[in-house]
Design a protein around this ligand. Structure first.
Ligand SMILES: Cc1cc2nc3c(=O)[nH]c(=O)nc-3n(C[C@H](O)[C@H](O)[C@H](O)COP(=O)(O)O)c2cc1C
Length: 245
């Protein structure tokens, strides 16, 4: 039973936690566990995934699934979680909007001076995940993030609403806001600036593109026989493998 020994070693090496001081009482914790257990997952009209019908390129399958999510009226189907790491390797995640899929790059836009922007400058490896709960579908993507270039970023900036442009121009995303009146004042000035010069562009606004080298498609099954298909880029071509649920 060598594998069991390896598992035990791995298991021991994972730090375990005891009772957390921030929990007010054990009763509340148990009550929450009970309520969480009662919540349902993977119910309703889930989609079907036939892996034998998967195309050679993951971007193609992604577009197919995205279309199906839009048609199924999934709420904000273009919202995705982006994870980056800091110089110590500590990950952080946040939700962003998918802006496009140009040249097989999953595109998003943000400020270069934001936390994510700084982390990507130091370490361009990142991960994206989509969850379309109404269909029971998840897509996980890993790869390197590149900047799209000044023109593409400016076009994206100018296509944003006035409010969104003013917000970007007003200050530095992710920095500490010590007084909320500073935000009001900065927004007011930014709106005036846009009125005077409608073509003004925030130099820090950046379109990024994640160039994937691994994409996993995950289809929920009500009896937990979930279907997982992983695409891996090896020597320039995509390999497909199915994974245990
Ligand atoms: C549905 C949704 C969409 C969002 N879209 C964007 C986006 O496209 N770009 C962006 O910079 N922030 C977006 N945000 C805000 C980010 O989640 C995040 O708070 C912000 O970018 C700061 O992240 P950071 O401090 O890690 O850099 C969105 C948030 C939500 C909930």
């Amino acid at each position: 039973m060598e594998w069991l020994g390896a598992w035990a070693v791995n298991c021991r090496s994972s730090p375990q936690y005891g009772k957390l001081d921030i929990m007010t009482s054990a009763g509340q914790t148990e009550d929450l566990r009970e309520r969480l257990r009662e919540l349902v997952v993977f119910e309703g009209d889930l989609a079907h995934f036939d892996v034998s019908d998967s195309p050679p390129h993951p971007a193609e399958l992604f577009l197919r699934w995205l279309e199906e999510a839009i048609e199924a009226r999934v709420r904000e189907p273009h919202a995705m979680t982006l994870s980056t790491v800091d110089p110590e390797g500590r990950p952080t995640s946040r939700v962003l909007i998918l802006k496009g899929l140009g040249d097989g790059r999953w595109e998003f836009a943000s400020s270069r001076r934001s936390r994510k922007g700084k982390e990507l400058q130091d370490n361009s490896w990142a991960a994206l995940s989509f969850y379309w709960s109404e269909l029971g579908r998840q897509v996980r993507i890993r790869g390197r993030v590149l900047e799209a270039g000044a023109d593409r970023s400016a076009d994206d900036f100018l296509a944003r609403s006035t409010g969104a442009r003013a917000e970007a121009l007003a200050g530095t995303q992710s920095e500490v806001l010590s007084d909320s009146s500073d935000l009001e004042e900065a927004l007011c000035e930014a709106r005036e600036l846009i009125e005077r010069d409608p073509g003004v562009v925030d130099e820090q606004w950046t379109v990024y593109g994640l160039v994937a080298d691994e994409v996993e498609f995950w289809q929920a099954h009500p009896e937990r026989r979930h279907v997982r298909l992983r695409y891996l880029l090896r020597d320039g071509s995509w390999e497909r493998v199915q994974l245990w649920p």
